[in-house]
Design a protein around this ligand. Structure first.
Ligand SMILES: C[S@@+](CC[C@H](N)C(=O)[O-])C[C@H]1O[C@@H](n2cnc3c(N)ncnc32)[C@H](O)[C@@H]1O
Length: 258
């Protein structure tokens, strides 16, 4: 599989910009004062949150960090764009705010990762994180169930653990490090009708479906996608106009270092 084939698709991701931006704004609304220093948009993607961060922190240097060349290429509004894997990334100077919207669920071992990121902050700095917690919902569970059923040579989820814990677990994990505010929200997303397939598949195609499609040939992807569409149709019945309602749970926390 080529790097380009594995890379994110900014066009597909941006189709739901409004729905995806709202949790970022809800997260930012809970960030209070921060000390002097940079603002880091960690996993900045195509820069969806750059404008909101600049409006909230005028005059600050805002850095965009991401591992995707395609996303970084589209990203605008940053003083600098840094191509890095968050697993090994460390800032040159301690930031005032590390803001990470819809990214850290792609990284494992949060019990190590989150304290490490918090430890990168300037004194009084803030770590603000939002992650989907949708992994046991039909939209995501069907992907695993169908892939494991159709292609057991490549997919085995018998030991599966969701990558994101309940908000209370982050509260317990991070409260020794500072003042922590953790919460969850269920967003009822109304997804517009699509010309082909199910509206929920149109939403997950650019994110949760990617790791599955990366392991399938084009000939395999077609029946996989058809089975996913059919399953989605029973869990998320279409409204009379062809739209669908997709409840989507997200986990948030804001940690203020002493
Ligand atoms: C769902 S997008 C979110 C983008 C942006 N934060 C937003 O709110 O629109 C996830 C982003 O995380 C990036 N990402 C995923 N894993 C990463 C990693 N290990 N290191 C750096 N970036 C990563 C992807 O390249 C992608 O741009």
């Amino acid at each position: 599989m080529s790097q380009a084939a594995q890379d994110w698709n900014p066009g597909a991701y941006a189709k739901f910009r409004g729905l995806r931006l709202r949790p970022a704004l809800d997260l930012l609304a809970q960030v209070g004062d921060v000390p002097p220093g940079d603002v880091v948009d960690l996993g900045c993607g195509d820069g969806a949150a750059a404008g909101a961060l600049a409006a909230r922190f005028p005059g600050r240097r805002i850095l965009g960090v991401d591992s995707s060349p395609a996303m970084l290429d589209k990203a605008a509004g940053y003083a600098a764009k840094v191509k890095a894997d968050i697993a090994t990334w460390a800032p040159d100077t301690a930031p005032a705010l590390i803001f990470s919207n819809a990214v850290l669920h792609w990284l494992p071992d949060h019990a190590t990762l989150m304290p490490r990121l918090a430890g990168c902050l300037a004194p009084g700095g803030v770590l603000a994180v939002q992650m989907p917690r949708q992994f046991l919902a039909p939209s995501h569970r069907f992907l695993r169930d169908i892939a494991a059923g159709m292609f057991p040579d490549r997919f085995d989820f018998s030991q599966y653990q969701p990558p994101v814990a309940p908000a209370v677990a982050y509260h317990q994990m991070l409260s020794p490090l500072g003042r922590i505010n953790a919460w969850e929200s269920d967003y009822v997303q109304r997804l517009d009708p699509v010309a082909e397939g199910h509206p929920v598949r149109a939403f997950t195609a650019s994110t949760a479906m990617r790791p599955f499609l990366e392991k399938l040939t084009a000939a395999e992807a077609d029946p996989f996608t058809a089975a996913y569409d059919a399953a989605l149709g029973s869990a998320y019945p279409l409204l009379p106009d062809g739209a669908a309602l997709m409840p989507f749970r997200r986990c948030f926390f804001v940690l203020e270092r002493p």
